[in-house]
Design a protein around this ligand. Structure first.
Ligand code: 13P
Length: 261
């Protein structure tokens, strides 16, 4: 396995929450507390909030991401948002989230097309992968992760530093309060790191691997203490300034500790 020191990242996926006004207030509060953090901090608000949040965050160190995009640049795709539209507003786009896969029925093939389209417009992609509870019980977790990684990444020509982030989000841990144990999360993140090395070669060592699924201020430090967990994709706790700030602080402490090793 390549030696890796990727950027640490704490990203808040707001999902379909907050009015525009409340979202802008949240962004202002996060900027006030987290600008200049020793780790990368990112927010992923709903599409309707992106331009306003971009203006709030302008000139700060916080990154801005969208929660999804379509696989085409333009055309008759009512209700969809293209990566061309996002490229002027955002840094990143989240693709393959379990709610897109399992609630909204996105296939591996569609996610792969979206990834190529997003990269064509220079967006960094946060690719989410993860098994359902029944897949874990059937002991197919690693096979599911392999399939999701291979299908998403095989159509990409080349990946350079800073173009890709992975997020391991076990579906059974999302929004349930049932966090994967640090050992469970680490086991799958190690597997992801190994596969990324095989699929991407040298650049894989710069790809952060995040954990997501019921991350809170209480469990973040232990998760970040695992050598192959480089940050978190946070849902519910990212809507609360205090909780999200505490998770970022835990990542800062873990980064400082890792640097001393
Ligand atoms: P929760 O933190 O609410 O479990 O959500 C995780 C998630 O899906 C982040 O993308």
């Amino acid at each position: 396995m390549s030696s890796r020191r990727p950027t640490r990242l704490v990203a808040g996926n707001w999902k379909m929450n907050t009015s525009v006004a409340d979202g802008l207030d949240l962004a202002r509060a996060l900027r006030a507390g987290l600008d200049g953090s020793g780790v990368e901090v990112e927010v992923l608000p709903p599409f309707t909030h992106l331009v306003g949040v971009r203006d709030v965050l302008r000139g700060s160190s916080l990154r801005l991401g969208a929660q999804n995009c379509y696989a085409e640049d333009k055309g008759a795709f009512t209700g969809e948002i293209s990566p061309l539209m996002l490229a002027d507003i955002c840094d990143d786009v989240l693709l393959g989230h379990s709610e897109r896969r399992h609630v909204l029925g996105e296939s591996d093939e569609l996610i792969a097309r979206k990834l190529v389209a997003a990269r064509r417009h220079g967006l960094r992609v946060i690719l989410a992968v993860g098994e359902t509870e029944s897949e874990r019980l059937e002991d197919t977790t690693m096979a599911v992760i392999d399939r999701q990684l291979r299908s998403a990444l095989e159509k990409l020509d080349e990946v350079s530093d800073g173009e890709l982030v992975l997020a391991y989000e076990p579906v059974w841990a999302i929004g349930t309060g049932r966090t994967a144990t640090p050992a469970q999360a680490e086991e799958v993140c190690v597997h992801i790191v190994t596969r990324l090395d095989q699929l991407l070669g040298e650049v894989a060592s710069s790809v952060p691997v995040l954990y997501g699924g019921s991350v809170t201020a209480d469990n973040a430090a232990e998760l970040f203490g695992q050598p192959h967990i480089h940050g978190a994709l946070v849902g519910g706790a990212s809507l609360k300034v205090d909780a999200f700030t505490a998770i970022v602080r835990a990542a800062e402490v873990a980064t400082a500790a890792a640097e001393q090793r």
